[in-house]
Ligand binder design. Structure first.
Ligand code: ADP
Ligand code: MG
Length: 239
């Protein structure tokens, strides 16, 4: 495939109408290529979450186009968009509603099972995703037997299980302790280096440093863009 994985063109998003209308996004252009992680930073209310929801087809923009792998989401039925969300996109949010009666492995494999994957393939992919967040050893344990941080990592593994090509993460490390946060960022970076594309909303400049590029939002517009310094170079600086 040529062209970017994600292309947003002149995206505007308005909530409400008339006097109380809020223009959350105002003319955003953004492209994310395979192998590229883009960090989005900006003050609370600057439009970061709105942007991510639109990029992943969770919300339709007021105007502008969203293309995922060259396909305009506006032309897809709700059913096709739902399928895209199950297979192509990985959403990492802060909620972690695990099913208490399922093991870590079963929780992580659930989206693939619902998508009709054969059992052995589900198991393999779920194990791989769990290993990615360094919980391969805990596969057969139940959520209640694991710490809060481990439960969050399971939810994150579930969000990215299988061959997702575009990973969208909205402050995924917000509620994680710093060590767990780093595990998650390392997993994300590995997925990107293996050919996925990603958008990472974060408040933390150290986390944004894992990205290839940082986009700063202000009042729903791109205020600035910069190349990020990769962790490798940060490590070199320390040594
Ligand atoms: P961020 O994630 O950067 O904090 P958001 O995208 O959540 O920003 O919000 C951008 C603006 O849009 C804010 O002014 C917010 O209050 C408003 N907003 C977001 N979602 C809604 C909604 N569902 N209804 C009305 N206003 C909203
Ligand atoms: Mg937000």
């Amino acid at each position: 495939m040529s062209g970017p994985l994600l292309r947003l063109t002149r995206i505007a998003q308005e909530y409400g109408t008339g006097e109380t209308a809020v223009r959350a996004l105002d003319g955003i252009d953004l492209e994310v290529a395979a192998g590229e992680l883009v960090a989005v930073m900006g003050a609370s209310g600057s439009g970061k979450s709105s942007l991510l929801s639109i990029a992943g087809g969770l919300a339709a923009p007021t105007s502008g186009t969203v293309e995922v792998e060259g396909v305009d989401l506006a032309g897809l039925s709700p059913k096709r968009i739902a399928a895209l969300r199950r297979t192509t996109l990985g959403f990492v949010f802060q909620d972690y509603n695990l099913v208490p009666t399922l093991t870590a492995l079963e929780n992580v494999g659930l989206p693939l099972e619902l998508d009709g994957w054969p059992r052995a393939k589900v198991r393999g992919a779920a194990l791989e995703a769990l290993a990615g967040v360094e919980l391969g050893e805990q596969a057969d344990r139940f959520p209640d037997d694991l710490s809060g941080g481990q439960q969050q990592r399971i939810a994150i593994a579930r969000a990215v299980v299988g061959p997702r090509r575009l990973i969208l993460a909205d402050e995924p490390t917000g509620a994680l302790d710093s060590q767990t946060g780093e595990v998650v960022l390392r997993m994300l970076r590995t997925r990107i280096d293996h050919g996925a594309g990603g958008v990472l909303v974060t408040h933390d400049a150290r986390h944004a440093a894992w990205a290839d590029r940082i986009v700063f939002l202000r009042d729903g517009r791109v205020a600035d863009q910069t190349a990020a310094s990769r962790p490798e170079s940060l490590l070199e600086d320390v040594s």
